[in-house]
Write a protein that binds this ligand. Structure first.
Ligand code: NAD
Length: 362
């Protein structure tokens, strides 16, 4: 299949709206990227992904005169200011001007670094996101959050900066390691829980086909996830209000990652455990019924995401949650589920209730 199967619009004010081009096997289509680029481009990627997909990116760029490549290290430890500076150096060394386009080819690490480079080089140049992990397809490539880490914390230095286009090609998931794929599913499940009961139900019926990476099922799962994210972002681009619902399960999840040194669990594994805790909390607060809690837990289990992340020490977790970015004016704000397909924000959670939700989720 060599066609753009679908197009989702991220509707933002002024000229900042952009399309998500969605399909299976569309990267490599001659000229696919030409409408979003001019005379120069810098592809930011890593050695693993470039070996797999760089040639397809080149084929997608027909009318760009100068295409340069900046390879960064593979993994979260390279999401640093040093890496960011090295990519800027590549742009300067190769004399890229203000009309250049930064093309992010990779997972969330590449996308976040490349996005921050594009946001700041010459006060902002073009950006195209080509996400290659499931997490990046359904989450990090859409919405304009870019960042690098600081030794004091994750994503401490960054900017909101929207791409000109996102190429969401599920064909690239064929080569993704199984553990990374399953971790990305946590975010897909999240979209069902926060915004679309029918999509959650579809996932319950089709999860086996999703797990075998059936292309038609992947296109549907990515489409619905991106539509929901696009709609929330269009409503609240800078997370002043509603966008916070995308953090369902994440306050618990970030705390699990922090307590375990960001190494033991993948982000999606921590978020999956976090969603189980958030569902338990929602039942304790009388917002969801126990059947909803069991359905979410069961789907997460079928995704292979019932992990030891649920067993992290509860006191350490509570401490770490106090440090999470979602604390505002000293009060912990949590997203709770009001029945599958709907969530809201609460800041009135007694510590004992929170503790109970964590320990009962094991
Ligand atoms: N900007 C946002 O809104 C946002 C949202 C969520 C997460 N993030 C960030 O995303 C990052 C995590 O991203 P990730 O989970 O994509 O991890 P990642 O970028 O580290 O990629 C995971 C691994 O998969 C490999 N890989 C990527 N695509 C592949 C493919 N198609 N085939 C084979 N191997 C492939 C990578 O080389 C890497 O080893 C974190 O830094 C997180 O903070 C950002």
């Amino acid at each position: 299949m060599r066609a753009v199967n679908d197009r989702i619009e991220v509707a933002l004010p002024g000229e900042r709206s952009y399309p998500i081009l969605l399909g299976n096997g569309l990267l490599g289509t001659p000229g696919l990227l030409d409408p979003y680029t001019r005379n120069q481009a810098l592809v930011v990627t890593n050695a693993v992904v470039s070996g797999l997909y760089l040639e397809a990116v080149r084929r997608s760029l027909v009318s760009v005169d100068q295409v340069d490549i900046a390879e960064i290290g593979d993994g979260e430890t390279f999401k640093t200011l040093d890496t960011y500076a090295a990519v800027l150096d590549a742009l300067v060394d190769k004399r890229h001007n203000r009309t250049t386009t930064v093309i992010a080819l990779g997972g969330g690490v590449v996308g976040d670094v490349a996005g921050f480079v594009a946001a700041t080089y010459q006060r902002g140049v073009g950006l195209v996101q080509i996400p290659t992990t499931l997490l990046a397809l359904v989450d990090s490539s859409v919405g304009g959050k870019t960042a690098v880490n600081h030794p004091a914390g994750k994503n401490l230095i960054g900017a909101f900066y929207q791409p000109r286009a996102v190429v969401a090609d599920v064909g690239m998931l064929e080569t993704l390691p199984e553990r990374e794929f399953r971790a990305g599913l946590a975010e897909v499940v999240k979209y069902g829980v926060i915004a679309d009961q029918a999509f959650f139900q579809w996932l319950e019926s089709h999860i086996d086909d999703v797990l075998t990476r059936d292309p038609a099922c992947l296109v549907h799962a990515v489409r619905r996830s991106c539509e929901i994210k696009a709609e929330v972002v269009a409503d609240d681009e800078r997370e002043q209000g509603r966008r916070v619902i995308l953090n369902f399960g994440h306050t618990f999840g970030h705390a699990i990652e922090a307590v375990t040194g960001y190494e033991r669990f993948l982000h999606g594994e921590a978020v999956a455990a976090g969603m189980i805790m958030a569902m338990d909390l929602s039942v304790r607060l009388g917002r969801s019924d126990d059947r909803d809690r069991r359905r979410v837990r069961r789907l997460i289990e079928r995704c292979g995401l019932l992990t030891e992340a649920l067993e992290v020490d509860e006191d350490a977790l509570l401490d770490a949650m106090g440090m999470d970015k979602k604390v505002m004016d000293g009060r912990l704000r949590l997203i709770v589920c009001d029945g599958i397909g709907s969530v809201s924000v609460t800041s009135d959670v007694p510590e004992q209730t929170l503790k109970g939700a964590i320990s009962h989720s094991r």
